[in-house]
Write a protein of this length. Structure first.
Ligand code: SAM
Ligand code: FES
Length: 349
């Protein structure tokens, strides 16, 4: 036990450890309680008991890509596809604003129907209507010029999980027309343009090893993102990975704590996937160091259709119900939801 105590203390104080030591923390459950306690303390130093809300608008489930893990991949002929109009997206924002959301996250598959012109028009309409809100995009890999155009139209954050920082692993998760180098290029372009950037991975994605997780932590150190989105990999029957097991709750929580200690300032969501793998998954995530929740603002009619994995939670609730439910969950673990734009705090307040 003492050995782990020393490791956790060093990780907390220096925000780093040699890879061998990180490996031993990743591979044991003996240090979980120590990691969680340290992570919770550090998170309170930077963010007090505030939990930030992000209103998630899943505006298209069309996708031109064929990632082997994803339920909305192009090759899934069983999926019923939908797109939201600019008016429908704005109406989600209107409802969200009234409920206290100050960040809107527009997420979707890589859908060529939404040309740069259309995305810019949507972004600038939201920017005009809600000048005090952050606009986050999560619409995949684009040329730098497109990212610049969205930024100029008023977008200020971008979520693009790197998925894995190891080339050989990336190849096992994606078809040949996708590349890790392009994904990394996107992330560095986004940062240079001036976006607050979020990267991240699925925990327990098929073929993932501890070595891959170590490479992910090193890549995140190089990128120094403002947000890190992680959640367990969850199986979807209509994908090539239909026989692969789900990721682990315990390892996801352990990684959340390790990330909080390595990146004390970071915005760390307790994701929907975490809430799907365990009924109290998001509460456990908050207790392990997470400080963001992302309730769904999409119209109830389309929520079932944005099915990246099976048994996704919160598909029946209206936005107000989702917000109320999350507020109670957050309170139950000693934190509280704030009406705040929720920018990253790179320094302790
Ligand atoms: N198309 C955009 C992109 O690629 O970044 C945004 C949408 S994509 C569906 C959002 C994230 O969902 C991916 O980065 C991936 O990590 C996650 N995801 C996809 N399939 C999943 C699965 N089966 N289980 C858990 N997470 C999954
Ligand atoms: Fe759409 Fe991977 S299947 S980005």
């Amino acid at each position: 036990m003492n050995e782990y105590k020393q490791l956790v203390t060093t990780l907390r104080e220096t925000q780093d450890l040699p890879s061998e030591a990180l490996r031993s923390l990743l591979e044991t459950d003996a240090a979980d309680a120590l990691l969680r306690e340290a992570a919770e303390e550090v998170r309170r130093q930077y963010y007090g008991d505030a939990v930030y809300l992000r209103g998630l608008i899943e505006f298209t489930n069309y996708c031109k890509n064929d990632c082997y893990y994803c339920g909305i991949r192009h090759g899934n002929r069983e999926a019923t596809r939908y797109r939201l109009s600019q008016e429908e997206i704005l109406s989600c924002c209107r409802e969200g604003y009234a409920l206290g959301f100050r960040t809107f996250v527009l997420q979707g598959g890589e859908d060529p129907y939404y040309t740069d012109e259309k995305i810019c028009s949507i972004v600038s309409a939201i920017r005009t209507a809600y000048p005090d809100c952050a606009i986050t995009l999560s619409i995949g890999e684009k040329p730098r010029a497109s990212y610049q155009a969205y930024f100029d139209a008023g977008a200020n954050r971008y979520l693009l999980r790197h998925e894995t920082a190891t080339e050989a692993h990336y190849r096992k998760l994606h078809p040949d027309n996708m590349s890790l180098s392009n994904r990394k290029r996107c992330l560095f372009d986004l940062k240079e343009i001036g976006y607050q950037v979020g990267a991240g991975i699925m925990v327990g994605s098929p073929y993932q090893t501890t070595e891959h997780l170590l490479a992910d932590l090193r890549f995140l150190q190089e990128l120094s993102p403002d947000m890190i989105g992680i959640g367990p990999y969850l199986t979807h029957a209509e994908t090539p990975f239909c026989d692969q097991p789900n990721g682990s709750l315990a390892l996801t929580l352990r990684l959340l704590s390790i990330l909080r200690l390595m990146f004390p300032y970071v915005l760390l969501p307790a994701t929907t996937a975490l809430g799907t793998i365990h009924p109290q998954g998001r509460e456990l995530g908050l207790r392990a160091g997470a400080n963001v929740v992302m309730p769904n603002l999409s119209p109830v009619g389309v929520r079932e259709l944005y099915q990246l994995y099976e048994n996704k939670i919160c598909t029946g609730e209206e936005a107000a119900q989702c917000r109320g439910c999350l507020e109670r969950r957050v309170l139950s673990v000693g934190y509280h939801v704030v009406t705040d734009i929720g920018n990253v705090r790179r320094e302790k307040p």
